[in-house]
Design a protein around this ligand. Sequence first.
Ligand SMILES: Nc1ncnc2c1ncn2[C@@H]1O[C@H](COP(=O)(O)OP(=O)(O)OP(=O)(O)O)[C@@H](O)[C@H]1O
Length: 513
Amino acid sequence: MGNSNPRRTNCLKHDRMKLATVRKTNSPNSEVFDLFVSYEKDKTCNELGLDFKEIFTLPKNMRHQNTTFAGAGIQIECDFLINFESFLTVTREIPEFDSLAEITRSLDQDDIFPDTPQELKLVLIHSNLKQEVLYFDVIEELIRTETVLTSLNKFKDRHLAVLVNPISGKQRGRRYYRDILAPTLNITGIKHDHFETDSETYIETWVDQFSNKPFPYTDIILIGGDGLFSQLINSILNNPDCQDIIKTPIGLLPAGSQNATCCDLKGKDVYQACRNIVRRPTVQSDIMKIQFSDMDSPLYATVILWGVLGDVVKNAEKLRKYFKSARYTVSAAKMMLSSCRMKTYKCSIKFRSDFITAEDSGENLPKVEETKENDVIEGTSFTQNESNKIEEKSWNEHPDSDLSFLGLVTHECRSSLSKKERFMPPSRFNDGRISLATLRKCGKIKLIHFMKKFSKAKHLDFEKFNGIEVSEVQISPGTRSWFNIDGEIYENDEANIKLLPSFLTMIGNVYDK
Ligand SMILES: Nc1ncnc2c1ncn2[C@@H]1O[C@H](COP(=O)(O)OP(=O)(O)OP(=O)(O)O)[C@@H](O)[C@H]1O
């Protein structure tokens, strides 16, 4: 969220560069301030670099004291401070949200000295769309400030495809688009086309239209949940004429029920997710390729759940209409309150832990021709070649076979429904590992204890819980059972899951470990 607390006092933690002398009103008699950007101590400050930390003003007469105090840890009061984490952009005019396109155009013009005299002012905009106006006396200082601050938005020529799922989660997708993303994109001059899903197959058809054509967008932005994201990557990767699209950076706005993918890319807060979309930091992200024993095409996912979690999600889908994003909780509660004993989920698990880079994997798309050959398996899965390959490799037998659940994830899996919950706290999108989590069979009371610890991300030391890092897994329940693949449900009796490291370019940041 935007942080513009005018009296924060820690700006001297950083070194700083003065940009200009400014006033807060356009009256020539108003109080004068010095405007600074700060950057981390001991780092070289590159005028057009991206390492700035804060923008702040100090009363002009504090300048000398300020120099004396630098580094001494003495607290002084900034009159105005914006953390760069929340700073969105800077414009020349106070934006009116219906005429934002005009403002963008005026910013794009090269003639920075307009014919008609204008007020020398800049409007600093936070990611919560709050604004701060600064008036300048000297045009050169205004331009320098504008140049330094706009340098943060380094990707200018972008054209976004924004896809909104209006039924995701609490059905806030349309509102997030209309009230938050669209105005933000307009302010920052980022072009976009808007699409709204009207059926479960919309995404697939949308991707299909670009078969064998140049993809016209620089970024794909999804306003929805994890299911929408999963649908997008599967629609791209399972269409041999569109696989090149997977190179496109994908950004998310958290409008779904859990939004694990978006939360783990530091986008739990919708404004923060929006800021990520504008600034466009990217993370090369791992995904898993899943080959079911009786499905022709593989699936791609970041989260696979099996056992009680597969069943809970399957039953939750029937409750979507009435309980929306609370459906998972209701489905779990129903299972716990039923008179039946907890089911034991039996399966044999084999895994490998030889970690490879994207180059080694030989599956780093987009090599469209290669993908056609290797990824779209003709006929039944596990062709002779493929199964021979599996046998040649050194597989380890997992010690647990009577389970409550099994989970495979390529990221932590935070949840927008809970503050602390994280399925696999050490896992990161870009660590080149699949985290394999198992919970040995337990009764309802034990499971409740586990869930209590789980909700605080303190479950890693739970006696029946086991978490390991793997590169490939074979799950054989023997009988057909439910697999939850990124929130979608598939019934099968065997799955081979392989890590594709650094396969996707996701917009966002990962949390430090
Ligand atoms: N207009 C629509 N009508 C019906 N279903 C749709 C429509 N648009 C998308 N879908 C389907 O909705 C499903 C779920 O979408 P999404 O992941 O966005 O929300 P969610 O399930 O509420 O959130 P999460 O996945 O975070 O739990 C997707 O599988 C998608 O196919």
